[in-house]
Design a protein around this ligand. Sequence first.
Ligand SMILES: [Cu+2]
Length: 115
Amino acid sequence: MRRLARECLALGLAALAAAPAAAQPARPGAGAPEWRGRGVILKLLPPPSELHATRPVIVIQHEPIAGLMDEAMAMPFIAASTALFAGLHAGDHVAFGLRETPDALLVVSIDRLPP
Ligand SMILES: [Cu+2]
């Protein structure tokens, strides 16, 4: 279980490292989420940050995501836009949407839930 979580984190970080700066523009047309998850925000990192020089990153302690990740874990995701972070803080419980794009698995929506 722990090993899987570490591998997923490694994959997430590899994806962050591979995401080209050229793809930086926020994508309002990112489209409907392919997966939906729930979790707690650990970090909101507008660029530049310790995890990415040019793209916004959110670190989430997420519950299992049906069809994508069978395990709960803490991991970073690239967000489609820094604007998604407005009004949110570390510790907030959120529901979020994910969409696969050619350069990254993107968080395309974030909604705060009651604590
Ligand atoms: Cu994960």
